[in-house]
Ligand binder design. Structure first.
Ligand code: FAD
Length: 513
């Protein structure tokens, strides 16, 4: 079941088990049970510290990962392979007593929760956003005996997916009620549970030479370049990776022929951490002000940070259609991430809105899974590269509608179709659908700046060749700027430019020395 390569890596991890662990399994004779049985057999045969026994659990197949003397509440229902294999390995290590790589303050907040929380997370094995959520909730379950968490593979539990109307992954239930859908960090889960964080100590950090806002490719690059210059550097990160987290295959990151978004995100984080950079994590900036001596950044948590120079690297996020029905049916048939949610629409009729590269890539991917894809493009022609259009045209289960405008997404408790206008004839038409993937580009994350900097009409920060903005000492890099091309390598390059410019600015401005 596990190939040689994975077995070798797994063996290295299993050598790191601190204490014995007990896997309790509840299996039947169906094909998924047989797969889980094989997986457990392989893993347990690789370490004498792993013990296995039968038990009665709520779902078949499922198994729990426990210490020898206490149940942790961590349960995997279905087969935790694909992207969830790392969640299983991490659970084994953490249950065995290996300390998690999480701030002590977060650990204490989890341990202090004094109520029963039973989480269930529905995932797909191809969802690259799901492991973060599964691992966050597993950790909560391991640290606090009042918390349990079950990861449930939608493929193995299709009836539950149908009966609970799940149309996006990850979807989290808490104590039987819908809690959240989509990517959510550990910090955000805690905040949603009302477990407030104390950020007041951030006010005492003193004045940075360079403060970077945003932990995507441009921000990470800016922070590394600043630290390498010996500057007192801070970085405010909601989470590392940015849009890279929404990307699967990356084949144009020069000198790395192939990587995947989550891997590149981890590499970015590790690279930043290898330098003397003050990482202010799980925080986001809400405004900036400038006085004669420094720039002040106020965070959503109301803490303030001060810096002599600022590099804004807040990137961009999915653009929404803005038609009736979009918000109402988000995660109930309206989706933005084809890799994550595609498998839920297996053998269903879906639409992709947008005929640019991302739309056509999504349509090609989805056509392999779903029954039929309708692509809707506003313009008379698709804008995607010719090679993608050729591939699309070769697929028998795709229809392309050009020169059409989507007016409304319809449904009752979930999407059942959309209404569009044929712009050639002005005729209004509707299509019956079960899913709609919106792929119409990105908007810059610059609203929070509230026009303190000069921006173009689509909200991108206007920068010069040195990445300087209209505000003295404030630089910007990557997809939040008016740079004409938005790519990882370009974002990293502009992060480096912004950082070198900030260094230049600091040495040229006497008061900053
Ligand atoms: P982002 O990656 O957007 O990072 C910005 C970060 O700032 C985010 O983490 C965000 O949460 C954070 N942030 C936002 N607001 C705040 C705030 N107020 N306070 C604190 N933090 C904040 N490029 C390629 O080269 N190759 C590819 O194959 C490729 N594929 C792609 C596939 C998809 C689906 C997408 C969406 C993009 C793809 N790109 C690809 C483009 C590439 O990912 C971007 O160009 C690149 O990530 C931009 O980096 P960035 O750091 O400027 O911004």
């Amino acid at each position: 079941m596990l190939d040689k390569n994975i077995k070798e890596q797994l063996s290295t991890y299993l050598n790191m088990l601190e204490n014995d662990i007990l896997i309790k399994k509840n299996l039947g004779t169906d094909k998924y049970s047989l797969e889980v049985a094989e997986l457990i057999d392989e893993i347990s045969s690789m370490s004498s510290k792993i013990h296995v026994e039968n038990a009665t659990l709520k779902r078949t197949p499922s198994f729990s990962v426990n210490s020898m003397n206490e149940d942790t509440g961590v349960i995997f229902a279905g087969v935790p392979l694909g992207h969830e294999f790392s969640s299983l390995v991490l659970a084994l290590l953490q249950v065995s007593g290996r300390p998690p790589k999480v701030d002590e303050s977060i650990i204490n907040r989890i341990k202090s929760i004094d109520r029963e929380l039973n989480f269930e997370t529905y995932i797909s094995l191809s969802c690259h956003n799901c492991p973060d959520v599964v691992q966050a909730l597993n950790l909560m379950s391991i640290l606090n005996p009042k918390i349990t968490h079950s990861m449930i593979d939608g493929e193995s539990f299709k009836d539950e997916i149908e009966s609970r109307d799940i149309m996006a992954v990850p979807t989290i239930f808490l104590n039987g009620e819908n809690f959240d859908s989509g990517r959510i960090s550990l910090e955000e889960i805690l905040l949603k549970l009302g477990e407030k964080k104390d950020s007041s100590s951030l006010n005492d950090k003193g004045i940075f030479d360079v403060l970077v806002i945003g932990g995507g490719p441009s921000g990470s690059s800016a922070a590394i370049y600043s630290a390498r210059k010996g500057l007192k550097t801070g970085i405010v990160v909601e989470r590392f990776g940015g849009q890279v987290m929404d990307t699967m295959a990356i084949e144009n990151f020069i000198s790395v022929p192939y990587t995947e978004g989550p891997k590149l995100s981890r590499n970015l984080e590790e690279h930043v951490k290898s330098y003397n950079v003050d990482i202010i994590s799980s925080e986001s900036a809400k405004s900036i002000t400038k006085n004669n001596d420094y720039i002040e950044v106020t965070l959503e948590s109301n803490a303030t940070l001060k810096s002599k120079t600022l590099i804004i690297s807040t990137g961009a996020k999915w653009r929404e259609l803005g038609v009736p029905g979009e918000k109402e049916f988000k995660n109930k048939g309206v989706a933005y991430c084809p890799h994550c949610d595609g498998p839920i629409y297996k053998e269903k009729d879906i639409a992709v809105i947008g005929g640019g590269n991302s739309g056509i890539e999504a349509a090609i991917d989805l056509a392999n899974i779903v029954k039929h894809v309708t692509v809707l493009e506003f313009l008379p022609e698709l804008k995607a590269d010719a090679i993608l259009q050729e591939k699309l045209n070769s697929l028998s289960n795709v229809t392309v509608l050009k020169n059409v405008q989507v007016k409304e997404i319809t449904g009752t408790n979930k999407v059942n179709g959309l209404v569009y206008v044929d712009r050639n004839t002005n005729e209004e038409k509707s299509i019956a659908l079960e899913g709609i993937f919106v792929q119409i580009g990105l908007v810059p994350n610059t609203k929070w700046l509230n026009n303190t900097l000069e921006m173009n009409k689509i909200g991108e920060i206007i920068v010069d060749k040195k990445c300087a903005t209209s505000l003295d000492g404030v630089f910007a890099a990557g997809d939040c700027t008016d740079s004409p091309y938005k790519q990882i390598i370009i974002a990293m390059g502009s992060g480096a430019t912004a950082s070198l410019s900030a260094f230049d600015y600091l040495i040229r401005n006497k008061k900053n020395r």
